[in-house]
Design a protein around this ligand. Sequence first.
Ligand code: ARG
Length: 466
Amino acid sequence: MSDKKASNQMWGGRFASGPAAIMEAINASISFDRKLYAQDIRGSIAHSEMLAQTGIISAADQEKIAHGLNTILAEIEAGSFEFSTRLEDIHMNVEARLAELIGAAAGRLHTARSRNDQVAVDLRLWVKDECFRVAEALKGLIAAFLERAEEHAATVMPGFTHMQAAQPVTFGHHCMAYVEMFSRDLSRVRDAIERMDQSPLGAAALAGTSFPIDRHQTAKALGFREPMRNSLDSVSDRDFAMEFLGLAAICATHLSRLAEEIIIWSTPQFGFVRLSDSFSTGSSIMPQKKNPDAAELVRGKTGRVTGHLVGLLTVMKGMPLTYGKDMQEDKESVFDAAETLDLMLAAMTGMVRDMTVNAAAMKKAAGAGYSTATDLADWLVRTLGLPFREAHHVTGRAVALAEEKKLGLDRLPLEDLQSIHPGITADVFSVLAVQNSVKSRTSFGGTAPSEVRKQIRYWKKHIAKA
Ligand code: ARG
């Protein structure tokens, strides 16, 4: 008796009413799975139509069921539906209300079905819809980048490795690098849609059913390509959710890299871009400041999306076939990652469209740090026939001399260059200016404005078809 009292105290004040309240609190998912209401009702209507067509329930009952479900849909959308935690989840909340509305016929809806295949089909429908939203948002971001790239196909900026200015590139080329990244994200979304386009409905609890159901019919009615082939896999598979989180985490990582660049570029030290007031904030104490909050939040929110991926992978790891209640933990990760990613994509598209590019600052920085040293080495190879290793060595000495004289490479007097290698002629200056350096990189995928324009044309054509 004293033991019992002690353990009750340990459960704490929130659960004063004992184990039943704790069970309800840990078991209920209605606070978050209510988000699936539309998919749940759609799935139930398709299921009931199939039950009627196969003669498992009567047409009259099916009509009542469909009418009741549509009433519930309207109630939920109007905000008048009363969700109950006692009824655990969206499936039981809807079914209980259906019984209130239409009476006994409601009890026939769950024939040849289980909440296991029901929840699997609901979440798949939701994730598939979200994938289409992400695809549209990605297309919007890519379109924004294509516009900026076109505008800045010939705008010179430093290209970096190790965060050190390496060789001059164009801002258009840099934008097109992101187009490549986000197009890969888009193709990952498409691949994922393709794989998740199968219906688990009709797997019932796990083993299928003895009723003469038609899984092809429900699959088609719900817009799936076909039913899943194995009933055990149907109720235990959450690959579609993991894949969505995987592609979301990769996409968020790309957005975070871009956010980081925007943050660096918008510092007064770089001054490459200026964010408009709509995507930055001032400081309450330092009047000179303009903070890139939206970019910082994109960078920060990436942690959340990746966290959700790791969260679900960890939930699924070690799950024996088939369904286990652990899998109820799939939804919050998916919902929050989706909401977060949608917002990140929208904010980033806004920033890309909105930022002002300071071409003069970019050009100045492009010329700093002996960024055309490789061009000098290439010139020595091309014009004087030097082996590249020797040309590299000669160039190193030219850079050292320029550094000593505090001059840019293109400002070093010809005699100085000739003192390092007598074969050098005035022609070398044609490659030492950043604009010429950039123009000369015409290899496939290179930074020459002519190449960048080719890349833009390629993507305009292919994105249009996407
Ligand atoms: N709320 C549950 C979930 O999200 C629905 C499936 C429950 N199935 C069961 N056999 N208890 O996973």
